[in-house]
Design a protein around this ligand. Structure first.
Ligand code: GLU
Length: 258
């Protein structure tokens, strides 16, 4: 059965500690997504990495702390990111389209409708939409926003069946697995309540913007719209096949049935 799936990949999954692209991982991700598209699934990719890759490409020692610095780095990194995605997806015969989005594009009704139409056309054209925040102009997004939330909102816009968030840890744990070896992975979340939200507070991704808190928040948006949501480890994107074959990897946030 073909599905409509939104994938979200974070900076720490896409880059090495140097800030440069993890080409091997990106290649694997692109080959898996291309293959799923070939199998008839409708694929959307929400990607972070613009600021991180920009920092690497500009040879900066660290991520700029000021807004203008982050925005400038994002403009450089976004080009590199899309150049690489275009090259890699083209290798497998796929076309991609870039959408740089701000909160307003989703929240203002007219812009929202326009966005829905653009997605629809891209699907008709057989192109894979690749999305990031419009970091160069959306400073509010850089300061408060994150691509986890954006990916959930995009999943709602495209009426996705599933949202799959690829990150550093293999799901949500009941305690911080880096500090507590007894911490247990929560395989299925039937209901996102305060206990689940509290667990999310204990696990923080070192390079991404949001850590687990924003992933649980994203899951909450998506599951309430009937979208099955998964948080899995992105270190080997082949794991996406395992997930799709029904293996219990990561954390599955179950869609709320209406
Ligand atoms: N949009 C930012 C970037 O591409 C990252 C946001 C996030 O990490 O969630 O660099």
């Amino acid at each position: 059965m073909s599905k409509s799936i939104v994938f979200k990949v974070g900076t720490s999954t896409l880059t090495h500690k140097t800030g440069k692209l993890n080409i091997n991982r990106m290649e694997t991700l692109v080959s898996v997504l291309s293959d799923l598209a070939n199998a008839g699934h409708r694929i959307v990719l929400v990607t972070s990495g613009a600021i991180g890759v920009g920092v690497g490409k500009l040879g900066l020692n660290e991520r700029p702390k000021d807004i203008a610095g982050k925005q400038a780095a994002a403009t450089v990194g976004q080009c590199e990111l899309m150049f690489m995605y275009d090259k890699m997806f083209s290798q497998y015969g796929h076309k991609i389209g870039q959408l740089l989005i701000t909160k307003e594009d989703i929240e203002a009704p007219k812009r929202h409708d326009n966005l829905v139409n653009t997605f629809e056309k891209l699907f008709q054209f057989g192109a894979i939409p690749i999305i990031n925040e419009n970091d160069a102009v959306a400073f509010e997004e850089i300061v408060y926003g994150d691509n986890d939330t954006l990916s959930a909102e995009i999943a709602v816009v495209v009426h996705a069946d599933e949202l799959i968030i690829l990150t550093e840890t293999d799901g949500l744990y009941d305690d911080n697995p880096q500090k507590n070896p007894q911490a247990k992975r929560i395989r299925v979340v039937e209901n996102i309540d305060d206990t689940i939200r509290a667990h999310a507070g204990g696990t923080v991704s070192s390079f991404g913007t949001g850590g687990m808190v924003t992933k649980v928040h994203a899951a909450e948006i998506a599951v309430n719209e009937g979208i099955e949501t998964y948080v899995i480890c992105g270190s080997d994107p082949h794991d996406i096949y395992r997930l799709m074959n029904g293996e219990e990897i990561g954390t599955h946030f179950k869609a709320v049935k209406k």
